[in-house]
Design a protein around this ligand. Structure first.
Ligand code: ADP
Ligand code: MG
Length: 560
């Protein structure tokens, strides 16, 4: 994961790294110049002053070059790193199987692409340069100090212990609280996303106050965890400032004492020490913290890796559907509850099947199973002679389309929603629009009409027709439909269903609650389900004559 930040970005990284080192050199250089200038000033050495002036100009030049390099390279480095990282996350996300995707809530994925990336950008990507600048500054300052006065260096080190300790404590506290905050943030996002998508329910059932109370509770939890961190950090920062002040004043006064009493130190060297102490204390106070912040990003990389992990798919067989789908003694449970119970069915290529039955009888579950969304079933499901578990999903979805009960519509034009961003020949597209009666909708709304967030600007029936159009456009050998015309009026339902049933080569499995005899009599077979069992199968007339459950359902629907 981390590698993606540096892929094709190493040259930019190296240039910024060189600038970071150069920056150290410049700051140490300035301190040395300061000492030299003070020395020549007190010894009336004008030539020495010119030399230092030239040195100063060189440092100025280096700084300017670094500045220009930073202006050009830094944004490029950042853009490439973060863009690549997010693209890679999205690529892995989109490669997940439907089953795998459902292992985590959507807010977890959103968080990985937003909050976590922001943290990585702010606390991981650039901090390496600061850490390098400050660490090299620390080492070089210490070396210079030792050269000038080992004794005062030793005293400085002793005085710097307190700032270092405080900084280490801050660092370890920070990474712990950062994890807690990231956790709370995830919960908060999930809550907001969930209840905003239920906005109309909240309004219609007038539960604004209750939801607001829940929001306030969630909000309070998140902000409390942040406040805890701020309190601890602020206390430690104040202590840090105090201990730094003591260290700096300490070196200053002890140095001055050495100048006056023991004559072991030049005044110019004392100034140099005061200056260099900044470069020693500042890294001590900040680098451990920067390092722990960087370390706190490691769990984020691990988290992304974990949630985007793809279960290794063993070599699967390619399906080219030619004969039939058969289910032999198939049972399926959700947790403890058995939903499908010993199902035996055979669907032959090119035929049409209607699946009817009371709600909750397992119809949707059956189609979900056939579209390979449930792996945990007993018995066997064969597409031709390949067991479903051995079929490559890619090849299955080449052969099968599924019009689901809940249609997803992108916030885009009707055309893009039907074509799903693919190129489609005009006459094919127009034919599909006619078959699904979407031509009337397009005439009415226009080509530029946007469908709204999840199709909020369309009616349920319009969304369903878009979804049917997609499936027809995909023109696969197998078509699964789950109550796909439930929101259409009788005339439209008949028209659309007729068009679908006329697609001769397609194997059609259609769940319907619409027990219209003219439509049902056109199916090759009707399957009646109840409580996870297949109760009856047969043609319309066979089932009517049988006077069993189907006849009862039919009677019930016509008398109501
Ligand atoms: P139908 O489509 O015939 O109305 P379903 O196949 O949707 O019925 O549901 C059959 C049963 O399975 C129902 O009792 C439902 O509560 C249960 N069920 C459906 N989906 C889930 C799920 N994701 N987790 C647990 N139970 C479920
Ligand atoms: Mg259903």
């Amino acid at each position: 994961m981390k590698k993606e930040l540096l892929r094709k970005n190493k040259l930019n990284f190296t240039m910024l790294l060189i600038c970071a080192f150069a920056e150290t050199g410049v700051w140490i250089g300035i301190s040395l110049i300061l000492e030299k200038v003070l020395f020549v000033a007190t010894s009336d050495d004008i030539n020495g002053l010119y030399t230092q002036l030239i040195n100063g100009l060189v440092l100025f030049l280096i700084t300017t070059i670094c500045l220009v390099v930073n202006i050009i390279v830094k944004p490029k480095f950042q853009k490439r790193a973060i863009k690549q990282y997010k693209n890679m996350i999205y690529q892995k996300l989109i490669d997940k199987s439907i089953e795998n995707f459902n292992d985590y809530e959507t807010s977890v994925y959103i968080s990985a692409l937003t909050n976590d990336v922001k943290y990585i950008e702010e606390k991981y990507l650039f901090s390496i340069f600061t850490i390098i600048t400050k660490s090299t500054m620390f080492i070089s300052a210490l070396v210079v100090m030792i050269i000038y006065s080992p004794l005062l260096t030793l005293i400085s080190c002793v005085l710097s212990i307190a700032p270092l300790l405080i900084s280490l404590i801050v660092g370890s506290l920070l990474s712990k609280s950062e994890e807690r905050i990231s956790d709370e943030n995830g919960k908060f996002m999930h809550f907001v996303k969930d209840n905003l998508s239920g906005f109309s329910t909240i309004k219609v059932f007038q539960i604004e106050k209750k939801i607001k109370a829940l929001f306030e509770k969630n909000n309070d939890k998140l902000e409390t965890s942040k406040a805890k961190k701020t309190r601890v950090i602020t206390i430690l920062e104040l202590l840090q400032a105090l201990s730094q002040l003591i260290a700096q004043l300490g070196v200053f006064f002890i140095g001055a004492y050495m100048c006056i009493k023991t004559n072991t130190l030049e005044a110019s060297v004392l100034i140099l020490f005061v200056q260099l102490m900044n470069y020693v204390i500042d890294p001590l106070a900040t680098v451990p913290m920067l390092i722990s912040e960087r370390k706190a990003a490691t769990p984020l990389f691990k988290k992304v890796e974990e949630i985007l992990k793809k279960c290794p798919e063993p070599e699967k067989e390619m399906l080219e559907f030619n004969e039939s789908i058969s289910l032999n003694n198939v049972s399926l449970s959700y947790e403890e509850k058995q939903i499908l119970k010993g199902i035996n069915l055979k669907f032959e290529k090119g035929k049409s099947y209607a699946i009817v039955g009371p709600s909750g009888s397992g119809k949707t579950t059956l189609l979900n199973l056939l579209s390979a969304r449930m792996k945990e079933y007993s018995g066997s499901v064969y597409y031709d002679n390949i067991e479903l578990k051995d079929v490559s999903l890619q090849s299955l979805y080449n052969e099968l389309s599924f019009v689901e009960q809940n249609v997803f519509v992108f916030d885009d034009t009707i055309e893009n929603n039907v074509k799903l961003y693919s190129k489609v020949e005009d006459d094919i597209y127009k034919d599909i629009l006619n078959k699904t009666c979407l031509n009337i909708l397009l005439d009415e709304k226009g080509n530029e009409y946007k469908c709204g967030e999840n199709g909020s600007a369309l009616s349920g029936g319009e969304k369903q027709r878009i979804s049917i159009a997609r499936a027809l456009l995909k023109n696969t050998k197998i078509l699964l439909m789950d109550e796909a015309t439930s929101a259409l009026d009788v005339t439209l339902t008949k028209q659309v269903m007729n068009n679908i049933l006329n697609l001769k080569d397609m194997t059609k499995l259609v769940i319907t609650h619409n027990l219209d005899s003219t439509i049902l009599s056109k199916f090759d077979e009707i399957i009646v389900m109840s409580d996870g069992h297949i109760i009856e199968t047969g043609t319309f007339s066979e089932l009517v004559n049988k006077e069993g459950m189907f006849a009862k359902l039919l009677n019930f629907s016509t008398t109501n």
